[in-house]
Design a binder for this molecule. Structure first.
Ligand code: GLY
Length: 354
């Protein structure tokens, strides 16, 4: 991986030092309607590079990770004289870093960009690893390229404005990283109370967690095989997320991932003998922090259908999962039958008090 990952609570100095090293012809900062009010003013007063940059604003929210917003970024870059030697600094959550990275990767065939994630979910997942893109034609992340940022500046200083729900949502991806890496990482996450974590401890957990993702991405940058480890929890998780959307009662992505991890650990126990004591321990942690996606057996056909049509399973005759033999022992391209998945959902309901 060529991108620099910088862990710091002095974001302004980190931006200025990368900016000096790259020495771009002109600089742009992409913000959304949240970060323009809550983050940009402070950074402008602390960072010479940000103070002198031109600002491009898009509306906040995943629904605006769209072709229209992308075109507006390209247009603003062009109208304000950006060249191939310009730099774009993406300041925001996953929506801003995904779309800004894609805009930078395609404008003039690619300009330098730096990601400054302002949410935990963005810091631990979206901003790292080179996936860029927009939603298109009703499908999430349908159009994009793999291209890494010059640098990702990871900090906990912006998390003060995040709700407990947003923190928990990001923490679910950290739990996933714990499960695919080692008992030590997993146990330190389970021993932490997300409601009462100090910024320095969070930064050290983030460093450990992002390193897990970095190692996986380095082994397979374009997701030909081993990177599928990062899909743990996501086949069932996306199905929960889509079902909640259909019910007009959307759930945060990370909550769906946390519930999906429970289902997929249960499947790991059934298919690969993942230890049942760890399944119970993990389910109890998830229930205590995330409660449960309310489902009954009447929802199983819809959930199975959604899992079958998740884009990562499009070619599979049976449903494809990333499962675990043990913590850190990942088995990609595992398959489960409808009966096994239904049985896992029964056990999920049992463990989650439904
Ligand atoms: N979010 C999973 C990945 O980056 O591959």
């Amino acid at each position: 991986m060529s991108q620099q990952l910088i862990f710091t609570n002095d974001v302004a100095s980190a931006i200025d030092s990368i900016h000096s090293a790259v020495n771009p012809a002109s600089t742009f900062v992409l913000v959304d309607s949240n970060t323009i009010s809550f983050v940009l003013p402070r950074l402008k007063s602390q960072s010479a590079a940000v103070a002198s940059a031109s600002i491009i604003e898009v509306q906040a929210g995943d629904v605006h990770k769209s072709l229209d917003s992308l075109a507006s970024i390209w247009k603003r870059l062009g109208d304000m004289g950006a060249t191939r030697r310009s730099m774009l600094i993406n300041l925001g959550g996953g929506m801003v870093t995904d779309m800004g990275a894609f805009a930078a990767s395609t404008f003039k065939r690619g300009i330098t960009f730096v990601n400054v994630p302002t949410t935990l979910l963005g810091a631990v997942d979206a901003s790292v690893g080179g996936k860029t893109g927009i939603n298109f034609n009703g499908l999430k992340n349908e159009v994009g390229v793999f291209r890494e940022a010059e640098a990702v500046i990871i900090s906990t200083t912006f998390f003060g404005t995040l709700s407990h729900t947003e923190l928990l949502s990001g923490y679910a991806e950290m739990l996933k990283h714990g499960l695919i890496s080692s008992p030590a990482v997993f146990n330190s996450l389970l021993a932490t109370d997300v409601a009462d974590i100090d910024p320095d401890h969070m930064l050290s957990l983030l460093r450990e967690s992002v390193q897990v993702k970095r190692d996986v991405v380095d082994s397979d940058p374009t997701e030909q095989g081993p990177r599928k480890a990062l899909n743990l929890g996501h086949t069932a998780g996306h199905a929960f997320e889509s079902l909640a959307m259909k019910r007009n009662s959307p759930v945060p992505h990370g909550y769906a991932v946390a519930w999906g991890l429970v289902v997929e650990l249960i499947l790991s126990g059934m298919i690969l003998k993942f230890p049942s004591s760890l399944i119970s321990q993990f389910a109890a942690y998830v229930y205590a922090n995330y409660r449960a996606m309310p489902i009954t057996c009447d929802d199983y056909p819809a959930l199975l259908d959604l899992m079958r049509h998740d884009k990562k399973n499009a070619t599979a005759a049976s449903i494809n999962f990333t499962l675990l033999r043990a913590i850190g022992d990942v088995c990609i391209d595992s398959t489960a039958s409808d009966e096994q998945i239904s049985q896992a959902l029964d056990i999920y309901r049992d463990l989650m008090h439904l």
